[in-house]
Design a protein around this ligand. Structure first.
Ligand code: ATP
Length: 285
């Protein structure tokens, strides 16, 4: 079975409070994009399923998120056997784009079909919670408000058709370190989440784009912050209606209503960066 596993971007990312269990309550408007990994899922040839990809540093066996998802599916349903998964990675790893979670979600969907389990997307998303906080969103896809740790999902009006330029600079940012640096009571700038939702309802792309923000941008190390700002400035300079960092970074994206401007932004960013992608919004399952 062949599937594509769509990455996501955060149109907004806000941190509401630190919980007693040490996790943070988040509020994020999430959007699936057409930038995607390509997966093949088949019954395993040996006793234990494998995960092979074109990236030598990803785990090949039970530690790959696709095998963790397959095990979670078997455990939750008592159905389905071991599977071999082959992954063509197009989504950069550790990029704030939920590439691994997208792969895991695609495997849950594949196993549901292969085993004829007939679970609804909501039931599959529930199983996905055991694999990672972004997996439930990746199962449902489209445009959604994600709350709690990211697993409490409310579908939203779709992002209007647009061109999305994603640029991943060549460094990674530790998510636990970022959370460690956030003092929830001292967050000065927050995204206008309600305004973004209202703009989505109105089909107002520019209204969405100008209200986007990610509170992690305020707690980046200064040299990382300046590189993120430079990419955002380049996107805006080329005509983006708005630009923001996705998730815990370092990927930055811009929304464009005009394909020539989006292409010009890609060309300009590719002079400096290798991982630059032109994609669009992807719909819900
Ligand atoms: P998020 O936006 O959810 O924080 P991310 O984009 O920062 O995700 P991913 O690329 O989803 O990060 O995951 C990165 C980590 O997961 C790496 O440590 C990687 O080794 C591990 N991993 C396990 N399986 C996969 C997979 N199929 N694809 C990518 N990473 C995987």
């Amino acid at each position: 079975m062949e599937l594509s596993a769509n990455a996501k971007i955060n149109l907004t990312l806000d941190i509401l409070r630190k919980r007693e269990d040490g996790y943070h309550d988040l509020q994020m408007v999430m959007q699936s994009v057409t930038l995607a990994d390509a997966l093949t899922v088949a019954p395993a040839r040996e006793a234990e399923g494998q995960a092979v990809s074109d990236l030598h540093f990803l785990p090949t066996g039970g530690k790959n998120l696709v095998q963790i998802a397959a095990a979670a599916f078997r455990q939750a349903t008592g159905l389905g056997g071991e599977v071999d998964v082959s992954i063509q990675k197009h989504v950069p790893v550790c990029a704030g784009l939920a590439g691994g979670s997208a792969d895991a979600a695609a495997v849950l969907t594949a196993m549901n079909r292969l085993a004829g389990a007939g679970l609804s997307p909501a039931e599959l998303a529930k199983i996905g919670e055991r694999v990672g906080s972004d997996v439930p969103f990746c199962v449902l896809g489209g445009t959604a408000l994600a709350e709690g740790r990211g697993e409490v999902l409310t579908p939203l009006s779709p992002l209007p058709p647009c061109h999305i330029v994603v640029c991943k600079p060549p460094f990674s940012i530790s998510t636990p370190q970022l959370f460690g640096r956030v003092n929830v009571r001292k967050i000065v700038r927050r995204p206008d989440t309600a305004g973004v939702i209202a703009a989505l309802d109105a089909g107002d792309l520019a209204g969405v784009a100008r209200r986007m923000y990610n509170v992690f941008e305020d707690v980046l190390e200064p040299r990382r912050a300046s590189e993120i700002s430079e990419i955002k400035a380049a996107l805006i300079d080329c005509g983006a209606l708005g630009a923001s960092m996705s998730g815990s970074g370092p990927s930055v994206f811009g929304l464009f209503d005009d394909s020539d401007s989006a292409q010009a932004a890609c060309d300009r960013l590719r002079e400096t960066y290798r991982d630059v992608f032109l994609c669009g919004p992807a719909g819900a399952e």
